[in-house]
Ligand binder design. Structure first.
Ligand code: ATP
Ligand code: MG
Length: 414
């Protein structure tokens, strides 16, 4: 038997309604915020991600699916959504369009990670990217969109953590203070963090390694180093969130940690799904569009992991399955079988969810099959029914039976 590659999963027919539910809620929520969909390729030139995600991140350092194509180009499967969208934004000259431009995507992502619950090698994200607005209002709107999405899903017990990582200017002072603090414990840092110490010390705050976590426990807080502009921006975001009734906690350890990430960063975290508790993360990236040659256009966005959301929804409640079959038409005999074929075609034209037998099963086996499918009604056609031009319609829940003429069946079932 040929099996799945490690870290990937099939979505089988009995489960796809869960995915469709999350995707539907994502699209509907985006729509109410006037956000339109953008689709970018599943693979890009590797440079898109090494630049757009950053050389010092886990993603670029060790998680990318990178290969040479037959033309010798270095290609990478998208490990996240933002970089490709920014590339498209610049390449299509969208910065010259009406701003802010508000986009969303639903996409598979690929990362070579150690698979475990909530951590896969192919996973899926719903994300948004907003371009062109500098004001704190758009930060609050993006966070509110995320919150509304989670509420609309029925996700409970998630905490919103927010932080500001300032701008290049305030970070200079902060890096100095942070490195001063970390220096004393340098030997206790993991190898990756030793490497980060010079390249990008803020990422150390985000390390999952226990020893690093311990060391950073009492590290200086970026919030004490914000410049006046960044401080005012953060105050305004908090004010707008409070005004919108969005509860949050401040966590100065949340970093996106790249040069072009600025000011607001945030995460929604659940306690219910184990170690991989971050279901949604986002932030402002005022320097990223420029990194792609698109000039000084600010941006902000988030990405939510769909697998983690599904885990969370499973742990707190059921998603309603609306896939159910309305009517199963059960023929007895060859003439009835032809009538059944005609009848289901007619029903489907009227929008009724209908199915019939193609396995030449006896009537008992057909009822059993219809039951498995969760059919609400079974319409039996035997020779009697054929001659009377009607079906014997059984309500599978109440057991009630009733004769309904062929022509009235669609109307009756709707
Ligand atoms: P983590 O700290 O869990 O590794 P991350 O910082 O790498 O997360 P992001 O790059 O911010 O994650 O991606 C946004 C979201 O995508 C995460 O919050 C999570 O819900 C989801 N996600 C990230 N990596 C994976 C993965 N390997 N498998 C499943 N979901 C993932
Ligand atoms: Mg990760």
């Amino acid at each position: 038997m040929i099996t799945l590659p490690k870290g990937t999963k099939d979505v089988l027919p009995e489960n796809s309604y869960r995915w469709q539910f999350v995707e539907r809620v994502a699209r509907e929520t985006a729509k109410t915020f006037n956000v339109r969909e953008i689709r970018t390729p599943m693979f890009e030139h590797t440079e898109v991600f090494s630049r757009g995600v950053g050389e010092t991140t886990d993603i670029v350092n060790k998680e990318m699916y990178t290969f040479l194509d037959k033309g010798g180009r270095s290609i990478t499967l998208k490990p996240e959504g933002t970089a490709g969208v920014v590339r498209a934004f610049v390449e299509s000259g969208l910065y010259a369009a009406a701003l802010p431009l508000k986009t969303y995507y639903i996409t598979p992502c690929f990362r070579y990670e150690r698979p475990q619950a909530g951590r896969l090698r192919e996973f899926h994200q719903f994300g948004v990217e907003f371009f062109g607005a500098e004001s704190a209002g758009i930060d609050a709107e993006v966070i509110l969109l995320a919150k509304t999405f989670l509420d609309n899903l029925g996700v409970k017990n998630v905490t919103l953590y927010i932080n500001s990582i300032g701008c290049k200017e305030c970070r200079k002072e902060y890096h100095k203070a942070l490195k001063e603090y970390l220096k004393a414990n340098y030997d206790g840092l993991c190898d990756l963090c030793k490497d980060r110490f010079d390249k990008n010390p803020m990422r150390i705050l985000d390390c999952k390694n226990d020893s690093c976590k311990k060391i950073t426990e009492n590290a200086p807080s970026i919030l004490d180093y914000l410049c006046d502009d960044c401080k005012a921006h953060f105050e305004q975001v908090k004010k707008l969130l409070t005004l919108s009734g969005v509860e949050y906690k401040i966590n100065p350890k949340i970093v996106r940690g790249l040069d072009y990430y600025t000011k607001t960063v945030f995460e929604f975290v659940s306690e219910n799904i184990g170690a991989q508790g971050t279901v949604l993360g986002g932030g402002r990236y005022d320097g990223l569009v420029a990194e792609f040659g698109g000039g000084k256009v600010p941006g902000i966005g988030f990405a939510a992991g769909i697998e983690r959301l599904l885990l969370l929804l499973e742990s707190t409640g059921e998603i309603k399955n609306e896939d159910g079959l309305t009517v199963y038409v059960a023929p007895m005999g060859d003439d009835a079988r032809i009538k059944a074929f005609e009848l289901v075609s007619m029903l489907r034209k009227s929008g009724v969810i209908a199915d019939t037998d193609y396995m030449n099963r006896g009537i008992k086996a057909q009822f059993k099959y219809a039951d498995k499918l969760g059919a609400r009604f079974v319409a039996v056609i035997g020779s009697d029914e054929l001659s009377r031009g009607a079906v014997k319609l059984k309500n599978m829940l109440s057991g009630e039976e009733k004769e309904v003429p062929f022509q009235e069946l669609a109307e009756f079932l709707k």
